[in-house]
Design a protein around this ligand. Structure first.
Ligand code: SF4
Length: 152
């Protein structure tokens, strides 16, 4: 079995492609992130800027039922919190969505299943490309074994 590699070891290749479009954040967590950024001099370039641009409602993924999207640094992205070195500048307080990625966790009371985001299934530069392929392969193998067993 291959050892698990952290994304951070792969930034030279993927260039944080998954941070390209920003993410959804619960409005309560967004307030906390805003306070974090606005109280620190190392983020002075972000002070006074729009950090969260869009608004939506989603009670399956966000405890308050309301979420906002991280603003984009340019109209084409990336997320306003992405650094020039492709690392998240707010890593200690990054949105839950980012911390969980590539797993997309609905709330415990939600009826939705936990999913793996397959956005980068075809991207060989993403380490989750391997994880996703291995997961799908093992599901297929399991199904094939079950079919063979029931055919006996
Ligand atoms: S908050 Fe950080 S980890 Fe999340 S999309 Fe933005 S830069 Fe990436």
């Amino acid at each position: 079995m291959k050892p698990y590699r952290s994304c951070v070891t792969n930034l030279h290749a993927c260039k944080a492609n998954c941070c390209k479009n920003g993410v959804w954040v619960d409005v309560e967590q967004a307030k906390m992130i805003e306070e974090y950024v606005n109280s620190r001099p190392e983020f002075s370039d972000l002070h006074g800027k729009t950090l969260f641009a869009e608004y939506d409602e989603d009670s399956d993924y966000f405890p308050s039922g309301k979420c906002v999207g991280t603003a984009l640094a340019t109209p084409d992205g990336p997320c306003v919190f992405l650094g020039a070195d492709y690392k998240c500048r707010i890593y200690p307080v990054r949105p839950h969505f980012c911390a969980d990625y590539p797993f997309m966790h609905p709330l415990a009371e939600s009826q939705l299943p936990v999913m793996i985001d397959n956005m980068f299934e075809e991207d060989p530069n993403c380490i989750y490309h391997e994880l996703l392929s291995a997961t799908l392969k093992s599901i297929e193998e399991e199904k094939a074994a079950e079919r063979a067993k029931s055919a006996q």
